[in-house]
Design a protein around this ligand. Structure first.
Ligand SMILES: Cc1cc2nc3c(=O)[nH]c(=O)nc-3n(C[C@H](O)[C@H](O)[C@H](O)COP(=O)(O)OP(=O)(O)OC[C@H]3O[C@@H](n4cnc5c(N)ncnc54)[C@H](O)[C@@H]3O)c2cc1C
Length: 260
């Protein structure tokens, strides 16, 4: 049974675009209908494959941004103007278009709703994507795990899933947003890049034994993880997902000042 399930996940299949909507500056949410989808866990990702008329193929990974309870599998894609794949996904796809995809992939960077330890999420840029799935799943399951999100973005217009995050905040999730480049008048969140000190202040204390997830560009993720370990969090409690060194995934959206 396990082998069959793995084969099904690694098989390329067709997804149909239900909607393609703007989610933040240069970020679109693709809601996909996938026949015979076996379900997923929050934190997993899919691989998307594009094929040109001459047979050239390009493949990229995208976190699933919707909860397992959602009727669609959603991706939030940040458009990199000079990127090969992301501009096509954000600007080239319309409702009814079809897309090759395989997944869900990954068993490590996942949050299980039955865990009641405090949940700590730290995102840079589009690294918020898997956390949108985790927080929606937290809400859908009525999880009792106290949860906090520390999210670094450039400006308010770059905050992905802002309205949904406000709803999570209203139901008691600790949502702290750091804007690195520009803050609107009266901004009550953090300003500037995350530092070891802001990380210490806004992440669950070490003695609360939080499950910590960090996601974004490689440099962001590694610097945050270093700060967390320096603050005393056991490395085994920290799970990281690197989106690569891609502009927009957090490389320039809030790296702490200490390095390894
Ligand atoms: C597990 C995982 C999950 C991910 N989830 C998401 C997600 O939810 N949302 C999301 O937006 N992204 C996500 N990503 C990133 C995504 O896979 C792509 O890397 C991203 O969309 C960029 O792809 P692209 O083809 O548009 O850009 P690419 O063409 O791959 O280019 C990426 C960057 O590299 C630069 N570059 C390319 N080639 C060169 C070169 N030869 N020399 C120097 N620089 C170069 C480009 O200028 C560009 O800035 C995820 C990545 C991983 C690994």
């Amino acid at each position: 049974m396990a082998r069959t399930a793995v084969r099904r996940r690694l098989r390329w299949r067709l997804a149909t675009v239900a909607t393609n909507t703007s989610e933040a500056r240069a970020v679109h949410r693709l809601s996909l209908q996938i026949d015979d989808w076996d379900g997923h866990l929050p934190g997993q990702h899919v691989d998307v494959r594009l094929t040109a008329p001459d047979g050239y193929q390009a493949q990229r990974s995208y976190s699933i941004a919707s909860a397992p309870e959602s009727p669609t599998v959603d991706l939030v894609v940040q458009r990199l103007d000079d990127g090969e794949v992301s501009p096509y996904l954000t600007d080239g796809l319309r409702a009814g278009d079809r897309l090759e995809l395989r997944g869900p992939i990954g068993g490590y960077f996942v949050w299980h709703a039955e865990l009641d330890a405090p949940l700590q999420l730290v995102a840079g840029g589009s690294g918020i994507a898997p956390f949108l799935a985790m927080l929606d799943h937290h809400a859908a399951t009525g999880s009792g795990a106290p949860a906090r999100l520390l999210y670094s973005a450039r400006t308010l217009d770059d905050v992905i899933g802002r309205a949904r995050l406000e709803q999570h905040s209203a139901r008691g999730i600790g949502v702290t947003i750091a804007l690195t480049r520009q803050q609107p008048p009266g901004w009550a969140g953090l300003s500037g890049r995350l530092t070891p000190q802001t990380i210490r202040e806004h992440v669950w204390p070490v003695d609360q034994l939080p499950n910590i997830f960090v996601c974004g560009a490689t440099t962001f993720v590694e610097a945050v993880a270093d700060s967390l370990v320096e603050a005393g969090h056991p490395a085994a409690a920290i799970r990281i997902e690197r989106f690569g060194d891609v502009e927009g995934a957090g490389r320039d959206s809030g790296v702490p000042t200490t390095r390894r």
